[in-house]
Ligand binder design. Structure first.
Ligand SMILES: Cc1cc2nc3c(=O)[nH]c(=O)nc-3n(C[C@H](O)[C@H](O)[C@H](O)COP(=O)(O)O)c2cc1C
Length: 367
């Protein structure tokens, strides 16, 4: 199916702008992908092998999940496992509904395998997402895989009130996810990245932890970090998050830095405001995963994301210290078959190294 996607579907989608292409894919997945027949067909084509790993006290059938931002409103939850993903992160969801930035706000560079986006947390808001998910569960369309919710700060909420904005969204979504990612690292909400500052972050995680305990606990809280902070700042955020009760870290979000463009089209794309994702993130992602693994890897699991597009890049993220991995951009450039290609490749690498399971590969490359 990799071939039909690259020969037919991707060229067709490349005639429309990136956000329209995304909307077309989402419509197909939230319609056809939710039906039993649709799911059966997709699972037959995109089936991923088993490469189990236990993280956060749960079994993941393999490590590769869908990254935040693709299914912002949790509209196609049950389609993702049929494309081979072992877990899903929906969102970013904010406490209040948001339109996001004016369009166009998503751009692609085929040459670099990169996207630039300044979506700005467009999403229906926590109340509507919660209601949608209550309905989904009632109609028996809840996926069997672990589900994470990505929570962002509402644009209209000042940083001084961020902790209660995050914790209210957490409260509303509590019954509708197995784990939660506190996103303090998107570049497209003014001031959001200031929340990585140890004091802000500690109040956000503390308030969310209290809310989690009020709700009965038992669901991990993760913090997603920015690639653009210095290593010292990232470590300071990680320690602050850990001290305040975070259970895991996600590395990394999109970046404001740009590589040197290799053609005129990419020059235009890179000149757009917003965060870059995809292949240009590979090195920094690996670097941040290693940094976090060497500093806090003994205490908490790390989720690796950024430029994962092949078995080699996935293996590098895992051997740098990621227990779970995610992708977004590679789905746009390579199509859904990238998921099973990566998992199959990882399985082969585990065998080649003589490892009993994937757990042994986590952090294997670390000195
Ligand atoms: C269009 C778009 C929207 C995104 N929205 C979110 C978001 O709402 N919350 C978040 O934490 N990350 C968001 N991300 C970042 C991704 O989850 C991921 O961290 C980043 O794209 C790097 O992974 P990739 O190189 O596989 O794309 C978004 C990325 C893109 C391209």
């Amino acid at each position: 199916m990799g071939l039909p996607y690259s020969v037919f579907v991707r060229p067709m989608l490349s005639f429309v702008d990136s956000e329209t292409a995304h909307s077309i894919s989402m419509r197909a997945l939230s319609g056809f992908g939710q039906s039993r027949v649709g799911q059966r067909i997709l699972s037959t084509v995109y089936n991923s092998p088993e490469l189990p790993i236990h993280v956060f006290g749960r079994l993941f059938h393999h490590p590769l999940g869908l990254a935040a931002g693709f299914d912002k409103g949790a509209e196609a939850l049950s389609a993702w496992p049929s494309l081979g993903f072992s877990w899903i992160e929906y969102g970013g969801v904010t406490r209040f509904p948001q339109e996001g930035n004016p369009k166009p706000r998503m751009f692609r560079s085929n040459k670099h395998g990169a996207l630039v986006n300044r979506m700005g947390f467009n999403n229906p808001g926590a109340t509507e997402v919660r209601d949608r998910l209550i309905e989904r569960r009632a109609s028996g369309k809840w996926p069997k895989t672990p589900v994470a919710a990505n929570i962002g700060r509402s644009k209209k909420t000042p940083n001084e009130s961020a902790a209660s904005d995050y914790s209210q969204t957490l409260e509303m979504l509590w019954n509708h996810a197995d784990m939660f990612v506190l996103n303090i690292s998107s570049p497209n909400t003014p001031g959001l990245r200031d929340l990585a500052d140890a004091d802000y972050l500690s109040s956000i995680v503390t308030e969310c932890r209290l809310m989690a305990e009020r709700k009965g606990g038992g669901k991990p809280l993760l913090v997603k970090v920015s690639p653009d902070a210095s290593n010292e700042e990232i470590l300071s955020s990680a320690h602050s998050a850990l001290r305040s009760g975070a259970d895991g870290l996600v590395a990394i979000n999109t970046s404001m830095h740009r590589p040197v463009p290799r053609n005129a089209a990419s020059r235009g794309v890179f000149a757009e405001a917003g965060g870059i994702s995809g292949r240009p993130l590979q090195n920094r992602s690996k670097e941040v995963i290693s940094l976090l693994y060497s500093e806090v890897g003994d205490s908490i699991p790390i989720v690796g994301v950024g430029g994962i597009e092949s078995p080699d890049t996935a293996w590098e993220a895992i051997t740098s210290g990621a227990s779970l991995i995610q992708l977004y951009s590679a789905l746009v450039f390579r199509g859904p078959s990238v998921v099973s290609t990566i998992v199959r490749g990882l399985k082969k690498k585990v065998k080649q190294h003589g490892f009993v399971g994937l757990e042994e590969a986590v952090g294997y490359e670390m000195p």
